[in-house]
Design a protein around this ligand. Structure first.
Ligand code: PLP
Length: 366
């Protein structure tokens, strides 16, 4: 067992136990397990939190992306642009829709899609672009929107790591559609899988509502080939409790990131940069070093958990062999995948723990 875990969900539960236990108990007693009261209330509360008109909850972030693509009319023969430096679910959702994922390399400072390489990737077949707000830092949405509007391409924001992150003072999503994951380890996490599509487009929200519920608005009447992708009421009950703490938890993560940045400064590892006009909510705290092998060994020895996000860029994953993309095609993503390391990051992480982690990092790389 690691002395310091990567994410400590038990510590978080202990801090809100009475509220969670009461919410679960009430939901169980109400017995409205599917599309129940908590689902309805959570959708209102989360839409409100995001400053959007609608939130349609679903059973995962992957489903949110998939249904958003479906509702945008993306189909076989189309192309959808995203970055190879993301969790594979972004690309999987594109594949589920029948479209082909087209990748644009990431930028070496923000780790998000490099806007300067976006326009050349657009073809007549491009129907949508999925910018990913990776690690909790918003992508360069102003320029992405300008390019998408010019070519009449739909934007679907992958906000799965960015609950409560802000771009130019506005919470994500900043365009029409944002997809969220409530996987337990995310900044807002359920006690199982969950997700949501957040949108200010009422018609789009209605299409997602139908798609998540067997293609049905009225029970036993089906207007399209839909799915069973609903969020459980029990998960919604948990999420409603946790949503009340999200802003405070995000700010605690930001404070932890500041402490890390300061303590790591002397050691020559590359620390994350919060770019102008952004509120980064540090879903992950990523450092880069070309001494990763020895750093990993030192952390393991000291009982400190860590992660690599992500060790294999999507275009080099076996699952995407059929795209015939070669090593060298997305050099920044490939380079950083060999250098990134994620240190423990969660709201309840203590200052002494960060100090200990930084001591171990310092001793191993300097
Ligand atoms: C977690 C995540 C997803 C998928 O969410 P699930 O709820 O696990 O299906 C998609 N994209 C990104 C960037 C993620 O981090």
């Amino acid at each position: 067992m690691a002395k310091i875990s990567f994410v400590d969900l038990k510590r978080q539960y202990e801090s809100i136990k009475p509220e969670i236990d009461a919410a679960i108990s009430e939901a169980v007693q109400r017995a409205d397990y599917i599309l129940g009261a908590d689902v309805e209330l959570f959708e209102k509360e989360y839409a409100n939190f995001c400053g959007a008109k609608n939130c349609v909850s679903v059973d995962s972030g992957t489903s949110a992306l998939h249904l958003a693509l479906k509702a945008s009319g993306v189909k076989r023969g189309d192309e959808v642009i995203t970055t190879p430096n993301t969790f594979i679910a972004t690309a999987l959702a594109i594949s589920f829709s029948g479209a082909k994922p087209v990748f644009v390399d990431c930028d070496s400072e923000s780790y998000n899609l490099d806007v300067s390489k976006l326009e050349v990737a657009i073809t007549k077949k491009t129907k949508a672009i999925i910018p990913v707000h990776l690690y909790g830092q918003p992508a360069e949405m102003k320029q992405i929107k300008e390019i998408a509007d010019k070519h009449d391409i739909k934007i679907i924001e992958d906000c799965c790591q960015a609950h409560g992150a802000e771009y130019r003072q506005k919470k994500l999503p900043v365009t029409d559609v944002g997809c969220f994951s409530f996987y337990p380890g995310k900044n807002l996490g359920a006690y199982g899988d969950g997700g949501a599509v957040v949108t200010s487009d009422n018609e789009f929200a209605e299409r997602i509502r139908e798609l998540r519920n067997y293609g049905s608005k009225i029970k036993y009447y089906h207007s399209c080939i839909g799915f069973n992708n609903r969020l459980d009421n029990l998960q919604a009950a948990v999420l409603r409790v946790k949503l009340n703490h999200l802003e405070k938890w995000n700010n605690a993560r930001r404070k932890n990131a500041r402490i890390y940045n300061e303590l790591l400064e002397p050691y020559g590892v590359i620390t994350p940069k919060e770019l102008p006009n952004r509120k980064h909510i540090y879903h992950l705290y990523i450092i880069r070093t070309n001494l990763r092998q020895q750093l990993m060994a030192a952390l393991t020895n000291a009982g400190i958990a860590f992660g690599i996000h992500y060790p294999v860029p999507i275009h080099l994953q076996e699952a995407y062999n059929e795209l015939r993309l070669k090593k060298g095609m997305f050099p920044i993503t490939e380079k950083i995948s060999g250098e990134v390391l994620s240190l423990p990051m969660f709201s309840e992480l203590k200052c002494e723990e960060i100090q200990e982690i930084c001591r171990v990092v310092g001793n191993s790389v300097s």
